[in-house]
Design a protein. Structure first.
Length: 124
């Protein structure tokens, strides 16, 4: 398995998918072409032969099409016969009830443990 590393931009999140099973998506997700952006990530998960993965999702904002792609990623993790242990760490900003609820909705759709982490807003 190869490393996938994508630097964060104004419209796309930082991505780090590592051969040891550590996965990260962080930032804002509103790519112009979500299929082109997320397809390599979906392929990575589909080709994964690891038994255990750890997926950190720290999206401060995602549009509807990105939400569908995150659903697809989680679905592919759940359906991958090699992955027998998946931990999903869902990060949401302090007071962001919508962000928390989005994570809870995803958790209810999959039989994987979600860990919820609230973090303080970073002021620039």
């Amino acid at each position: 398995m190869k490393v996938i590393f994508v630097e964060e931009t104004k419209g796309t999140p930082r991505v780090e998918f590592n051969p040891n099973g550590d996965m990260l998506i962080a930032g804002r997700s509103l790519p112009e072409d979500p299929f082109s952006f997320y397809n390599p990530l979906l392929d990575w998960v589909n080709e994964c032969t690891l038994q255990s993965i750890n997926f950190d999702i720290r999206l401060e904002y995602m549009n509807t099409s990105s939400s569908k792609q995150i659903y697809s990623l989680l679905s592919n993790i759940a359906e991958n016969k090699h992955i027998t242990s998946a931990t999903i760490n869902w990060y949401y900003e302090e007071g962001d009830d919508d962000g928390f609820e989005t994570g809870k909705e995803f958790e209810s759709m999959f039989k994987m443990p979600f860990n919820f982490h609230e973090y303080a807003e970073v002021l620039s």
